[in-house]
Each structure stands twice: as C-alpha cells, then as structure tokens.
Design a protein around this ligand. Structure first.
Ligand code: HEM
Ligand code: 2DC
Length: 469
C-alpha cells in the first residue's frame, strides 16, 4: 500500500529552525556532505525544508529514472532566484538557463543545433585543438624558464584561462589569446566575477533575494556587482562580433562561431541570442576547469593509471594519423576518466525537477509540482550503486550494460547541459595533449576535499608538478 507524502521521513516542518541548524553546521559550504548524512540517517528518500527551500531527495538510479520520466515536455529545474532576481533588477532577458515553458523550448531547440548536435563537432574540434596545443606551448615555456626542467604551480588560473579561451573560440570563432603571458585585466576581472557570482549564490538559495535586497545585504550587493562584471564583458565580446559581421571585412571564415551562426540564422531575437551566449560564456569557465583540475589530481595520485591512459592516447594517435576527430573515437579510457571524475567530484551536487505529474517513489506518493532532487554526489559514493566507490577506476565505465541512470554528471534529457558537447570535447582534447607531453605529479600526503560554492570546488589549492616526458 502506497504511503502518503506527509510520511516521508526528514525535517520539513520548521524551515527557519532547519536553516539555523544548517547554518551552524556550516551548511553553505557542506551541502554535499550534509546530503550524504541525510541519506544515511533517513534512507533512500527524505523530505527537507531549509529556509524557504523545500524538496524531496532521492539517491537510487531506478528512482532517478522515475523522476526523469515524470519531467514532462518542459522540464523545470530549481529556480535559482538570485540569478532571476538580478536579471529582473537590471531588466535583462533570461537565456535558456533560466527560461521555462514554450519560450525555453523554442530557444533551446535552435541553440541545440549550434552547440550540441553532432554536426557541429567538426567545427569545434580544430578550434579546441589549437587551444590545447597553445596550452602545451605555454607549459613548455614555463618549464624552460624554471631552469629545473619542471613546472610546479597551482594550475587553477591557468585552467580558467584555458576554459575561457576554449569556450570563447567556439562562441566567437576567434581566439582571445589567453594562453599568452600578458592577460588583459578586463578578462581577469571577468574570470574573478564568475567565481564570486557562484560563491554569493549559495547563501541566497535559502533566503529570498528580494528580502536581502530590501535590507541592503552585502551578499546581494556583491552578487549584483559580479553579474555586472560578467554582463559587461560578455556584451563587449558580443558587440565586437556583431560589428564585424555587419561590416563583413575580408573573406568570410569557414566557421564563424556559434554567435555569428545564430545571428545569421535570424531565428532568435538579438536579445535572446545575447542572453544565451552570455550564459554559455559564463557557464563555460569554472565547470570544465574544475573538472580538469580534479582529473589531474586523480592522475597524479595514480601514476600507473596515468601511464595506461598515455598508452591509449599514443595508440589512438598512431591509428588516426593525427586526425583529432578520429582520435576522439579511440579513447574510451580517457572518457571513462572524465566520467569517473564527475562521479566523485560532480560539478552539480544534485539534479532537480519540479515533477509534471504525481509519482510513486520508494512507495511514497509525491504530488505533481514537488521539487524532487537526485543527490548526484551521494549516489556517486554509494557502495550499493558503485562497487568500491572510493576507488578512482575509469575502466568501470567500459562496460556499458551497467550504466543505467548512473552517468548523470551533465544531467539528463532535453534539459541536460547545453554546453555538454563543448565541455566534453574541450576536456578530452586537453587530456590528450597533457598526456602526450607531460607527467603530472602532486605533493604527496595532501588530500583535497570539496567545498560547495554552488558548484563543488577543491577546498584548497592543488600544487601540481609538470615534467616533460
Ligand atoms: C546545465 C553540468 C559545462 C552551460 C547544466 C546542468 C548540469 C551541468 C548538471 C543541469 C542539467 C539538468 O538539469 O539536467 C555541467 C558540467 C560541465 C558543464 C559537469 C563541465 C564539466 C558547461 C559549459 C557550458 C554550460 C562548458 C557552456 C558552454 C550550461 C547551461 C545550462 C547547463 C546554459 C542550462 C541548460 C538549460 O537549462 O537548458 N550543466 N556543465 N555547462 N549548463 Fe552545464
Ligand atoms: C546547486 O541545491 C545546488 O551548470 C542547488 O553552467 C540546486 C542547483 C540548481 C541549479 C544548478 C546548481 C545546483 C549547480 C550549478 C548548475 C545549476 C544549473 C546550471 C549550473 C548545474 C545543483 C551550471 C554550473 C551552469 C551555470 C551557467 C551560469 C553561470 C550562466
């Protein structure tokens, strides 16, 4: 017999008291660990209310399947109010990230063709490959300058620049030149603003931004300032392409980039294009760079695995005679490594949907409209879902038959990450070039944990040593 919604275990009766306890546990930074604890306490389903944030949380792949079957034609994620509030406040349009309903679907369908369909891959690969090669050059220069035949450094700034250069090159069809020694302070400011924007979002998930705005809270002011920096810089990049396109100087390029393609297609309003391109630019920096950072960390911890991956890449290079697109089809273990990184260190701690219809999960009735969250971080570390979950083992992804609703780092279905193809290609190409050129090491005995700043980040800088092979 199906049990009612009100009997789901958990703490959901007093949002204010729960927010207070959450705050005492330093929950703003530990959301992922608190979720893990909650599953241990309450079992595979629990209900929760923190401040004004109400949800039902699940952890099993089978329940994830039920959730996504109930997402409807217009899948809807948690409304991230600080982000919508900023746009309302500044009178900016929402892009696909924040739109919903038919408006979302029509924009998303057009965007999909330009950023996630298989046919655009051939346009992206040469651009991303060039960025990868430039990164290798840059590391080699640093190694030579060190005079010690190695480069020891915290790579995070380098990876931010690599990620921004990569996503910009496909969006704008031209290089920004971020792999050089000189970095434009405006670009550095843009990168810093993204990090601050994420960091200031998390406390505002639980307290309405409208309230924080009324009382002039610092976190709201910092948040506005960060988005202002993001929008200003993105605007400048977009304006430049727009002007160039109207003046049409010289011979048109083979591939003009996502932005110019969208403008020429003329199916979306300029305001809609600007809104989504700004989101793509902002969404393309911290996400891939942190995933690459964690991957290098795991490879540094497991030198034998690093050699195995290197051998796979060498074989792929030989077989494809250097054709990068062919090469990308021959590196299953590298792809497994990226999945393994997202299993242990997911960018998104959870996936959520407001369900479109009533469902039954774990024998509880859940009414339509409820926010249901799949605990991605918790699932990735659950021994019932992954054997020996603490082990970083890319080969576990080689057998496809056991992957049912387990590889969800980019979300699922029509609302999944629209930047997925860019992200995956950019990260695969990065790893190929790094493995072909350098051995990656890190200081021993330094264990790094995650901290939640809307996305999961390393809690301290990771110092890597890169040595030429
Ligand atoms: C949405 C993860 C990189 C732009 C998402 C979602 C996840 C995610 C989990 C929500 C999906 C869902 O609800 O089902 C990641 C990861 C990345 C990554 C793990 C890299 C390792 C990127 C990049 C871009 C980007 C490079 C931009 C080029 C977006 C946008 C959305 C989104 C715009 C909203 C899509 C929509 O609502 O229609 N991402 N992402 N992401 N991501 Fe990513
Ligand atoms: C954070 O409880 C935890 O891809 C919350 O590139 C629920 C939640 C809702 C939306 C998620 C967010 C979490 C993590 C970061 C995500 C975001 C949707 C998109 C965003 C997953 C899980 C991200 C990083 C986008 C950001 C693009 C933006 C900068 C323009």
């Amino acid at each position: 017999i199906v049990k009612p919604f009100s009997e789901i275990p958990g703490l959901w009766k007093n949002g204010v008291a729960n927010l207070y306890n959450f705050w005492k546990l330093d929950g703003f930074k530990n959301l992922h660990r608190i979720m893990l604890n909650n599953f241990n306490t309450f079992g595979p389903i629990y209900r929760e209310k923190i401040g004004y944030y109400e949800s039902v949380n699940i952890i099993n792949p089978e329940d994830a399947a039920t959730l996504f079957k109930a997402e409807g034609h217009y899948p809807k994620r948690l409304k991230v109010e600080p982000w919508t509030s900023y746009r309302d406040y500044r009178n900016c349009k929402y892009g696909v990230l924040l739109k919903n309903g038919e408006d979302w679907r029509s924009n998303r369908v057009i965007l999909n063709k330009e950023v996630i369909s298989l046919k655009v891959l051939e346009n992206f690969v040469p651009l991303l490959d060039e960025v990868g090669l430039d990164f290798v050059d840059r590391v080699n220069k640093k190694i030579n300058r060190s005079g010690q035949n190695r480069w020891t450094t915290d790579l995070s700034q380098e990876l931010f620049k690599y990620a921004l250069e990569s996503v910009s090159s496909v969006l704008y069809g031209e290089r920004l030149g971020l792999m050089l020694d000189y970095i434009d302070p405006e670009v550095q400011h843009f990168i810093d603003c993204i990090t601050i924007m994420f960091k200031t979002t998390s406390p505002m998930l639980y307290i309405p931004p409208s309230l924080l705005r009324k009382i002039g809270a610092k976190v709201w002011r910092d948040h506005v300032e960060a988005w202002d920096g993001i929008f200003n810089h993105a605007d400048r990049c977009i304006q430049k392409i727009y002007r160039d396109l109207r003046q049409e100087t010289g011979t048109p390029k083979k591939y003009p980039g996502v932005l110019a393609s969208l403008l020429m297609l003329d199916k979306l309003s300029i305001e809609d294009i600007k809104a989504s391109v700004t989101e793509l630019m902002a969404g393309g920096v911290d996400t891939t760079s942190v995933t690459l950072m964690w991957t290098l960390y795991e490879l540094a911890k497991h030198p034998n695995l690093q050699e195995e991956l290197r051998a796979e890449v060498a074989a792929a290079r030989a077989e494809s005679q250097g054709d990068m697109q062919e090469m990308l089809k021959r590196i299953p273990l590298v792809k497994g490594a990226l999945k393994e990184t997202l299993r242990l260190h997911p960018v998104a701690v959870n996936l959520q949907r407001y369900i479109g219809e009533d469902v039954i999960i774990q024998n509880y009735h859940i009414p339509a409209g409820t926010l249901v969250q799949l605990g991605l971080y918790a699932m990735g570390r659950d021994p019932k879902v992954f054997s020996r979950p603490e082990q970083y083992r890319p080969s576990r992804w080689l057998r496809t038959e056991t992957q049912y609703f387990r590889s969800l780092g980019f979300g699922f279905g029509p609302r999944q990450c629209v930047g997925r193809r860019i992200a995956e290609t950019e990260m695969q190409i990065f790893l190929i070039h790094m493995l072909e050129n350098f051995r990656v090491e890190k200081q021993r005995h330094v264990e790094v944990q995650s901290t939640f700043q809307l996305i999961l980040l390393p809690d301290k800088p990771i110092i890597f040593t890169l040595k030429p092979l």
